[in-house]
Each structure stands twice: as structure tokens, then as C-alpha cells.
Design a protein around this ligand. Sequence first.
Ligand code: UDX
Length: 445
Amino acid sequence: MRMTVIGTGYLGATHAACMAELGHDVLGVDVDEAKIDSLQAGEVPFFEPGLPEVLTRNLEAGRLGFTTSYEQAAAFAHVHFLGVGTPQQRGSYAADMTYVRAVIENLVPLLEGEHVIFGKSTVPVGTAEEMQALADSLARPGTSVEIAWNPEFLREGYAVKDTISPDRIVLGVREGSTRAEGIAREVYATPLEQGTPFRVMDLATSELVKVSANAFLATKISFINAISEICEIAGGDVTALADAIGLDERIGRKFLGAGLGFGGGCLPKDIRAFMARAGELGADQALTFLREVDAINMRRRDRMVQLTKQVCDGNLLGHRVAVLGAAFKPNSDDVRDSPALSVAGSLSLAGADVSVYDPQAMDNAKKVFPTLGYADSVEEALRGADVVVLATEWRQFKELDPVAVGELVDTKIIIDGRNVLDPVTWRDAGWTIHALGRSLDKASA
Ligand code: UDX
């Protein structure tokens, strides 16, 4: 099937390459010329394991191309995926819908014949219906444009797998729709043959599925982080607790990783946009708990800074702090709303001599926070450190040898912000180890 994918950021570039991998003829479209040039040259402008190979393979096979021309997009296919960003608006919790609207405004007047646009972006409920009305008002006489919603659930770091073999495909269609479901079945024929659940529903529900999923995940993380706060005071161990409650099938262990909390380009902005939309709909009370979810999450960053200060005898000034990690999670170079970078920044602003190292996110971190100290290697970051803060659980950090690392630092104190180090091994190597969600006294015993 021929299709365009409009917006070639994280979601769109992955979707375009993966749809070509499934055998379709795909044209990726973006207004950003540099992005298009880079993708056309086979270079992925962000770090995503496996994606460069998929991109190159399909460019070479002639199934994938990129353009900045909407005219070309309109002529190329009758099926279009919309994957532009919906960032948080400045000074508001609400999502900025400028880019979604711009796609409809630019594309629809150029279309001829029967077209279906599948929205993939995460949007406030009601958007698809609004975009349908906009498309109807812009379509040429004799042209029909149907808007359907097909939310994307991909995780960074696993984007290729999540797109090619997702755990479910959700499709929202308008009442009386005749074309969208059939086309979606053809587009996703391969995963559907493999038994991927396919849920067809109305537009509003499909929009809500996405934000509800992210709100649930954020709530689960903040739940365990709230328990963490209690563990720290009461002398409990949040990791042992999570292991124990996670054995209950109804609860499950996934997303009970206590620590610095969630960040990235989705969870934080999606829960805020969901609250804003609930307010617009007159149901603000329904989601006030998400304000608490957000607050718990942000408190973890403060707690990390406070803990670091505490181990530096109450004064960060002049202390050298090695911060391991800048990305919002491992296997990503994304620093959007990154807890790691936020902690590094706060420590630096409080007077610490911060040295940050991340295996992939250095360039992005330097752009966002140019005034921080950056090291070229983990060893360089650790050299002479008074305290080490593990902020992103990259495998390289989890596998650090406490004995070898002990030779590099000035003082053997480490704070595990992700609960991934074995306290016994580190203590045996002469370290004082602290962790979020474990009693400070016990941890340093
Ligand atoms: C998320 C959703 O998982 C995905 O379905 C959606 O499409 C986009 O948003 P992503 O932002 O890639 O994906 O990251 P995810 O793996 O969900 O992690 C989000 C954040 O939560 C990270 O900062 C991670 O470190 C944190 N996290 C995750 C925890 O703090 N504890 C956990 O147990 C799990």
C-alpha cells in the first residue's frame, strides 16, 4: 500500500521506516529540511537502537523516501498518517495543537479523490472530530477526506519492535465510517496475522485510550515513589516491597521501579494535557489526582538534590559531584524533561562542581544545559568525585565495578537514583551507598 507519514520526529520517522519494513511504499513528509535531508541520507537524527538499519534497508529497497513538499505528498497516496508533535503549551498545561492543525490546513486543500488521514499523535479528546470538520471545510468539491485515529504506544528505545509488533492496535473511526477500518487492516496485515489484538472504537474513546494508558503508567510510577517517601522515613526498602507486591498478578512488577521518577517527551506532558482537557470539559475533579502524581514525581528530583547535599555535610559548594546519566531513561538520547539532567542542573546551581556523563545524550544535554560540566567518559566523570549520583540506569553504569571505580573517586559515596545497584557489593568494596526509597541509616550502615 502507498502511504505518507507526515511529521518525521520520533514517532513519524519510526512509523515511516517500519511501514516500509512491512512492505509498504512510504513517503515521509516534514517541514524541517535538515531532518528530511538527514533521513533521506539514511541518518536517524536521534538515538534509537535498530532504526538506522531499518531506515537504510528500506531506502535502498526503494520503498521509502522523504520530502518537504505537501504537493508531492498529496499526489503520492490516498492514505496518510499524521505524526506531528503536540508539545505542552508555554505557560499552560494544555497541548499545543498548532502542528496537527497545520497538517490538515496544508494537506487537505491539495487532495483529490478519496483519502483517509490516520492521526497518530497524542491529542486532547475531541481533536479528531474537530479536524474532521476542518478537513470537510477545506476539501475540494468532489473530494472526501476521512479522519480516523490510530494512537501510537511506542516506547523510546524499543520503537522498532513496538511499531512492527505492537501489543495492540487501536483504531478510532467516525460514525458511519466505511473505509478506515479496511485500510487499517491492510496496513497492519502482518501484525494482525500474528494475532495482535485490534480494537475498533469511536474517535473519542481512541483518543482517550492513549492518554489513559500514559496516565495509568505515570500513576503507577508515582505510587511506588510515594511509598518510597514512606520507606525512607520508616526504614523500609522500596525495592523489596515492589518485588513483593508485584508478585500479585493484579498489581504486576512492571512500572514499579522506584527512583528519580518519570520524564521524557510523553508522560509528563500527556498527564498535564489530560488534566487541562478535563478542565475544559468541566470534569476537572476527575483528574485532580494526576496533579498529585505530577507533584510526587517532581519531589523525587528535589529529594535527590537534598540527599546529595546531606552527604556533602549540608553544603554543595565546592563539592565535586559525578552525575551518571543525562537521558530521561536508558537506550535513549532524549533529554526532554529528564530527571537526570534536572538533578544535575539543580546541583550545579546550588554550587556543586558537577561532571555529567551519558553514553548517548551528551550532545542533547549540552544544548539544553550548556553551563554544566561534561566529561568525555565515565572514568573522567568519576575522577576526584566527592559523591557519585546514578541518575539514568544505563547498563554501563549498572555494571560498574565498585573496586575499580573506588580508585577514581575522592570519597566512596554513591547515591543510586534508580535502585539498580547491589548495596552489598558496593558496601563490601568500601562504599557508602544511599538509594532513593531505602532508609538512609540502614543504607549507610
Ligand atoms: C511512554 C509510554 O511507555 C509509551 O507507551 C508511550 O507511547 C510514550 O510514553 P517512553 O516515554 O518512551 O514511553 O518511556 P517509558 O519507558 O514509558 O518510561 C517513562 C519514564 O518513566 C522514564 O523516565 C523512566 O525512567 C520512568 N520509569 C519507568 C520509572 O521511573 N519507573 C519505572 O518503573 C518505569
